[in-house]
Design a protein around this ligand. Structure first.
Ligand code: NDP
Length: 503
C-alpha cells in the first residue's frame, strides 16, 4: 500500500492553478503537458482527424451547428467562467460568446461553398483539359490562445479549422484554462466519437512543445514577442503558422464627424475589457477644428466608466497583474516627455484595477504612442486634416485594426483604404470583427495570416489542383516525339494571344 502510494506520488504530474484575478481565489487545477503528453495527444488527434475529414460536409456542419446551440443554451455558465478567470463583467463575457457563436455558424454553413472542388477555366493553351481546384484539410492544427478573449479569439481559429475538416489541439493561456476546458468538453458532448478537439494545458513551454510537435499548422494569438519564439520553434519542422499579434489601433476624427458618436465609440473602445483588447482603441487623431470639443465629450464619457468586480462595473481588473506595470510605465513616460493627463494619471493605477486615463500632447516617440499599452488609456493628438491623421496612424510598427469617424463617405473610404491596418471600421468601432465573412488579421508587428471568412477557412487547408485530359491536344508538346511543326504552331499561337504591344 505504502509502495503504491509512494509510486503514485513519484509519478504525480506537475500541475498549475487558474486564479480569479479580482479575488485571488483558485478556480481549478490543471496538468502541465510536457512534450511527451503533447506528442501523445497529437497521435490521438491524427486518428480523429482522418475520421473527421472522412465525414461529408453536411455531417460536419450538423455537428458544428449542434455545438453552437450548446454554447447558446449554456451561455450563462460559460460567461460565469470567463468572468471568474478574466475578471471581465458578465455582459462583456456574454457579448464575446455571442460573437464567437456567429463565427461557428458562418464557418459551418460556408465551408462547403468555399472549399469544395470546383472547375477552373483551363485557358486557350490547355483547352483540351478539365481543371479543378479544391481545398483539403491540413490534418491537425495547434491553436495557441491568449487570455483576454478566451472564447472569441481561439474560436476564430478553432471553428474555421474544424469546419475545414481538421482536428485541433488547443492550448489556452495558463490564465484561462478552465474556459478552454469548457469549450473542449462541450464540443466532446456533440462529437463524442473521437477526440477531434483536445485540450493541452500548461504555460509557455507547453505552447512551445505544441509548436515543435509536428502539427500541420499553428494558429497563434498573443504578443509579438511570443510569436517570434513560436515561429522559431515551428521552423524546425517547417510548420506553417498564423500570427495574430498585438495592436496599437488608432481612431481618426474628421471635422465633419458626429462627435457624440465618435466620443462614445472611442470611450468604449478604450476602456472595455480594461483596454486589454488587441483591437482596442489606444490612439486618437482629431482634426484641429473639433479637437477641443472632442476631448470634452470623450472626457465626459470616460470619466463615467468605473472599474470593479461588482455587477454594475463597466470593466474589470487587469487580468494579468504585471500588465499594470506596463500601463504605469507608459503613463510615466508620456508625462516625462511633456504629455498632459486630461483625465486620471499615475493615481489611476489601483492594482488590480486601472481607472480610465486620457493623455494629450504626448510626443510621437513616447511608449504610450508607439507600444501596445493594453490598458484603459488613450492618447489624443491634434492633426491638421484627415490625411495627416492617416500618416501619423500609419507611423507605427503595429497595424491591426483602425477606425475613421467622418461625415463625408468618400473621404472616409479613402482614409480607410490608406490606413495600413488589416481592418478599418467607419463610424463605429470593431465592426469588422462582427462580420463573419470578413478576414481578420494584421500586418507588420501585428502578425500575418487571416482568420474569419473565406480567407480564414482557406488558412487551414492546402490547395489541391487536378487536370483531366478530355481530348487529344491539338499540339502534342509534352512528348519526346514533338516536331518542329508543333513548336512553330505553338509560337504562332502564342504570338497571336500575347504578342500585342502594350505601353
Ligand atoms: P502571450 O504572447 O503572452 O501568450 C499567448 C499564448 O502563447 C499563451 O497561450 C501563452 O501561454 C503562449 N506562450 C507563451 N510563451 C510561449 C512559447 N514560448 N511558445 C509557445 N507558446 C507560448 O499573449 P497574452 O496571452 O498575454 O495575450 C495578449 C496579447 O495577445 C496582446 O499582445 C494582444 O494584443 C494579443 N491578441 C491579439 C489578438 C489578435 O487577434 N490579433 C486577439 C487577442 C489578443 P501562457 O499564457 O500559458 O504563458
Amino acid at each position: 500500500m505504502m509502495d503504491t502510494l509512494h509510486a503514485g506520488q513519484m509519478n504525480a504530474p506537475e500541475t498549475f492553478d487558474s486564479v480569479n484575478p479580482a479575488t485571488s481565489e483558485v478556480i481549478a487545477t490543471f496538468p502541465v503537458f510536457g512534450q511527451a503528453e503533447v506528442d501523445a495527444a497529437l497521435g490521438r488527434a491524427r486518428e480523429a482527424a482522418s475520421w473527421w475529414a472522412g465525414l461529408d460536409w453536411k455531417d460536419r456542419q450538423t455537428r458544428l451547428l449542434a455545438w453552437k446551440s450548446h454554447l447558446i443554451r449554456y451561455i450563462g455558465r460559460l460567461a460565469e467562467l470567463v468572468h471568474n478567470e478574466t475578471g471581465k463583467p458578465l455582459d462583456d463575457a456574454k457579448l464575446e460568446i455571442v460573437l464567437a457563436i456567429a463565427h461557428i455558424d458562418w464557418a459551418a454553413r460556408n465551408a462547403k461553398r468555399v472549399l469544395e472542388q470546383r472547375r477552373v477555366r483551363p485557358g486557350l493553351t490547355a483547352l483540351n483539359q478539365a481543371a479543378y481546384v479544391e481545398y483539403l484539410p491540413l490534418g491537425v492544427i495547434g491553436v495557441i490562445g491568449p487570455w483576454n478573449y478566451p472564447v472569441f479569439t481561439p474560436i476564430g481559429s478553432i471553428a474555421y479549422a474544424l469546419a475545414a475538416g481538421n482536428a485541433v489541439l488547443f492550448k489556452p493561456s495558463e490564465l484561462t484554462p478552465a474556459v478552454g476546458g469548457w469549450l473542449v468538453s462541450s464540443f466532446g458532448e456533440v462529437v463524442p466519437e473521437h477526440p477531434v478537439l483536445q485540450l493541452v494545458t500548461g504555460a509557455g513551454p507547453t505552447g512551445e512543445a505544441l509548436a515543435r510537435s509536428g502539427v500541420d499548422k499553428i494558429a497563434f494569438t498573443g504578443s509579438t514577442a511570443t510569436a517570434r519564439k513560436v515561429m522559431a520553434a515551428c521552423a524546425q519542422n517547417l510548420t506553417p503558422m498564423i500570427a495574430e499579434c498585438g495592436g496599437k489601433d488608432a481612431v481618426l476624427v474628421d471635422s465633419d464627424a458626429n462627435l457624440d458618436a465618435a466620443a462614445d465609440a472611442t470611450a468604449w473602445g478604450a476602456v472595455s475589457n480594461a483596454g486589454q483588447t488587441c483591437i482596442g482603441v489606444e490612439r486618437v487623431y482629431v482634426v484641429d477644428e473639433v479637437y477641443q470639443a472632442f476631448i470634452d465629450k470623450l472626457t465626459e464619457r470616460m470619466s463615467r466608466a468605473r472599474a470593479g468586480d461588482d455587477r454594475e462595473a463597466d470593466y474589470g481588473p487587469m487580468t494579468m497583474p504585471s500588465q499594470a506595470e506596463v500601463v504605469e510605465d507608459h503613463i510615466a513616460d508620456a508625462m516625462a516627455r511633456g504629455g498632459r493627463a486630461v483625465l486620471g494619471g499615475m493615481q489611476s493605477i489601483r492594482r488590480p484595477y486601472v481607472d480610465p486615463v486620457i493623455l494629450a500632447d504626448v510626443p510621437d516617440q513616447s511608449t504610450a504612442v508607439q507600444d501596445e499599452t493594453f490598458g484603459p488609456t488613450v492618447t489624443v493628438s491634434r492633426v491638421s486634416d484627415l490625411s495627416e491623421g492617416v500618416d501619423r496612424a500609419n507611423a507605427n510598427k503595429y497595424a491591426l485594426g483602425s477606425t475613421v469617424f467622418a461625415g463625408n463617405v468618400k473621404k472616409a473610404m479613402a482614409a480607410a483604404r490608406a490606413l495600413r491596418a488589416g481592418m478599418t471600421a467607419i463610424n463605429s468601432v470593431i465592426a469588422f470583427a462582427t462580420v463573419p465573412g470578413l478576414p481578420f488579421g494584421g500586418v507588420g508587428d501585428s502578425g500575418f495570416g487571416r482568420i474569419h471568412g473565406p480567407d480564414g477557412l482557406r488558412e487551414f487547408t492546402r490547395a489541391k489542383a487536378i487536370t483531366r485530359q478530355r481530348m487529344k491536344p491539338p499540339l502534342n508538346l509534352t512528348t519526346l516525339t514533338r516536331s518542329d511543326k508543333d513548336m512553330n504552331r505553338l509560337l504562332t499561337l502564342t504570338t497571336l494571344l500575347h504578342g500585342k504591344r502594350y505601353r
